[in-house]
Design a protein around this ligand. Sequence first.
Ligand code: SIN
Ligand code: CO
Length: 392
Amino acid sequence: MSNFFNTGLTQQQFLDEFWQKKPLLIRQAFADFETPISPEELAGLACEPEIESRLIEERGQEGKAWQVSCGPLSDDDFARLPETHWTLLVQDVDKHLPELQYLLDPFRFIPDWRRDDLMISYAPEFGTVGPHTDGYDVFLLQAMGARRWQIGDQPIHEAKLIDGLELQILAEFKPDQSWDLQPGDLLYLPPNFAHHGVALNDCMTFSVGFRAATQVEVLDAVVNNLLEQQLGKVRYSDSNLLLSAHGSEVDEHAVERLKKMLHQAIDNAEPILTQTLGKVATETKPSLLSLASEYMTGAISKEELERLFSQGEELHRNHYLRFAWSENNGCGQLYMAGQAYEVDKQAVGYLTLFAEQTTLTPKDWKQIKLSESAVNLLSKLIEEGGWFWQDT
Ligand code: SIN
Ligand code: CO
């Protein structure tokens, strides 16, 4: 699908002109949209102990008084809520209800590993989380009722926030645009654009959020990989040392040498950078770790795989885990949950099967079993919980 939501833009034109650059409102991107999940079902998810959720209430002096309660929520929490001015937010609904993953399909022209989750909010009239910025790209799909979105048309890099709140709410917000979104309308916002959405009536908003590692997260992963590979051992050197009037000063020349040393360390790490990125991009969020690990099983032999597939069994991909792959000089790496798995030339062609398909059928097995290396990788992935039989 290269036409971007029937806008007349190709997906590449959207990437060139809007992605990470400017907001875009698309009316009826999902024509005649009806929410596949009710507010009651969403409230049910927020009562589950392992599901990340928040209830945000706006009370008291306008724009100043906000209450945040983190889930799990209880029936009593819902019973005491007023008629208006609150929002319920539930994270990772795409993983908890994998039957909703079809909603993410139109966004899969952006790499899967850039996507974070589908967050769903419900709010009665006047419900809002306040004007704020997010560090991530987000597509906001109006799923039920109407919401007024006001946005700024320039990114804010150092946002001034209201002090003393558990929420990050902008101290000042002057909107440049205002739109009322109806079911099926979609608003794309790049990182750091101020936005303020207020429910006009009983309203559900689906947020498809993206994620990107910070410099510190990537540097930490690079250092860990360098340590694992026993690299990065070149020491600070100063063969161009100049006489100095002071014996203890760390002078600007020393800082210049340090900068060179750090650049050189990154250049020397080039062969492991792809692997580092693959690991960082597929790390499992701490809030999903225990649910993700429920699918781990014992080791499985090729004979056992053959037996189960020949009985018509299918494997399913663990929707709590993130997958990616890379290829270098004909050899491949599969990344899953922050781990890298090497495969030889023979098995490179199978990486998309393991990282992108959601099921593996007996027909896929006929292909997989032709490569010893692909079979070994699959049995490792099953052991680690990346793929599972329906009834495990
Ligand atoms: C909401 O759904 O109320 C908030 C979504 C967002 O601002 O990212
Ligand atoms: Co936001």
